[in-house]
Design a protein around this ligand. Sequence first.
Ligand code: ZN
Ligand code: ZN
Length: 172
Amino acid sequence: MIIDVDRLPKEGLKIAKDFEFFSEALIEDNAVFLQPVHAELKVTKIGEEIFIKGKITSCLSFVCSRCLVPFEFPVDSNYDLVYIPEEIEGMKEHLEDGDAHKLFYYSSKIDIEEVVLEQLNLVFPPKPLCSEDCQGICPVCGKIIQSSDCACETKSSDPRLDKLKSFRRDKR
Ligand SMILES: [Zn+2]
Ligand SMILES: [Zn+2]
């Protein structure tokens, strides 16, 4: 979905649309879409600058980087972007300090699908985790440490449990 910024209505353009992306387009290797990406955005032009403000919602399945179990990753993210025409890129020295984060558009066109995909990829964690305290896979038995499958000694790093064990031993 490409918009021509020269033809934007004065009051701006409101878009609400579902996008279907291939998981190959994602920076996360093992991600699978559980629902389409719903994007709501408002595009306005002030001078040569294009302002895109909106939100994306979706839900994906990620694979935990510690225990390798798939988990749901809901996306609900807001963004606020400023695009300037590429002609200005060549005159970067003329840009003010506050302009450093600005994006460029080319030939008066902005591909909304690309914008949404980029914002989606920015939301992804570098190492997805099913939960912050996921302990991953047991180095002894190869099972998930927090599951009942793993009964290895390495599991009890809790000092209270260690105390209990030595107490039981003393009783014998
Ligand atoms: Zn995990
Ligand atoms: Zn184990």
